[in-house]
Write a protein that binds this ligand. Structure first.
Ligand code: KG4
Ligand code: ZN
Length: 333
């Protein structure tokens, strides 16, 4: 470890992943683990907030111990603790925030509350191939769909956002309708591989509007109506519908990204958040957008501790020590 390096322990617990990482400002990411609650929530078909909070409580301390062990790092080497302060499920956030702030107090280091969306945005900076500022970012997760002009750290301008469902939420709800298991997004993407092009063509919402906002709830309802009109609900029907749904979402995101690049005059596009792991989206953007496109590796598209530790390291020394407000209920940009 370099003499002037700083080590930040990052904690993420905003939804259904308990995740911990250590980022060193000289050595980079030195350890990270994600414990996913997928199995716990599967039988309910979605995230049950109370179960999520309880599972975070069970997993968080062992996970911190494991990550410290992986990094061969004693707690005395940690210079700050970063935790997700919001947005997210309140009970789930409280677990990470309470543990993060308590450890920071006990170890005599600053606690740094991190905005979950900013952490997603910064995840791309953990890659070898990373963008320079400025860039346009498409943030597509289970809770958010945003186009953001990013001029630098803390220089964010929201260009457009969803008026109703987030892209990931639309994937999840459509997957549920097709009888796919939770989490729906990856399951629907997998099924779409068996789907045939052209049997269904679904609407691309709001692509003719001048603004950069999105709306996905109408598309979801459209899929429901078409599904109910079919006589036979076999696997090929479901695969063809999954294909058409994914195609509609991808085309919509692609068109809006092009418009955002045009409006800002920028030529770099960053794609982050859980839906950023979608291969059809990656292929469409890489091949059909007139810009250099950057992504975090797949495992850093979905929730993880590395992005929190890294964003904490960027904020080190610029933040209030041991904050009084641990969870930010309004958590706007
Ligand atoms: O960023 P994330 O882990 O959590 C939030 O902050 O919301 O994103 C989770 C979302 C879920 O809606 C999930 O279905 C979606 O990302 N997702 C995908 C894929 N992998 C994850 N959606 C489509 N295709 C995928 N391969
Ligand atoms: Zn997230």
């Amino acid at each position: 470890m370099g003499s002037d390096s700083k080590r930040v322990l990052g904690i993420e617990s905003s939804c259904d992943e308990t995740a911990v990482a250590i980022y060193d400002t000289v050595e980079g990411l030195i350890a990270h683990r994600v414990y996913s609650q997928i199995e716990l929530h599967r039988e309910w078909g979605g995230v049950v907030p109370e179960l999520a909070s309880r599972d975070h409580i069970r997993k968080i301390i062992p996970l911190i111990q494991q990550v410290l062990g992986d990094a061969h790092c004693d707690k005395s080497k940690i210079d700050a603790i970063a935790y997700t302060k919001g947005p997210g499920l309140i009970g789930a956030l409280m677990v990470g925030a309470a543990v993060g702030c308590a450890l920071a107090y006990a170890w005599g280091v600053p606690a740094i509350g991190i905005h979950h969306l900013e952490a997603h945005l910064m995840a791309v900076m953990l890659e070898e191939r990373k963008p320079e500022f400025p860039f346009v970012a498409l943030l597509v997760s289970g809770g958010h769909t945003l186009l953001i002009e990013v001029r630098g750290l803390e220089q964010y301008r929201v260009l457009g956002e969803t008026l109703d469902d987030a892209a990931g939420e639309a994937f999840d709800k459509t997957a549920k309708l097709l009888g796919l298991p939770y989490p729906g997004g990856p399951a629907l993407a997998e099924l779409a591989k068996q789907g045939r092009s052209g049997r269904f063509v679904f609407p691309r919402p709001m692509i003719h509007r001048k603004n950069l906002d999105f709306s996905f709830s109408g598309l979801k309802t459209h899929v429901l109506n078409v599904y109910q009109q079919q006589e036979k609900h076999d696997m090929q029907l479901k695969a063809d519908m999954a294909y058409a749904f994914q195609e509609a979402v991808v085309e919509t995101l692609l068109i809006k990204c092009r418009k955002a690049l045009e409006a800002t005059g920028l030529n770099r596009l960053v794609v982050v958040g859980g839906v950023g792991a979608n291969q059809a989206l990656r292929t469409a953007l890489s091949e059909r957008v007139n810009a250099a496109v950057f992504y975090p590796r797949q495992e850093f598209c979905t929730d993880n501790g590395a992005m929190v530790a890294y964003t904490g390291a960027l904020r080190f020394g610029k933040t209030q020590q041991n904050q009084v407000i641990v969870v930010d209920l309004d958590c706007h940009w």
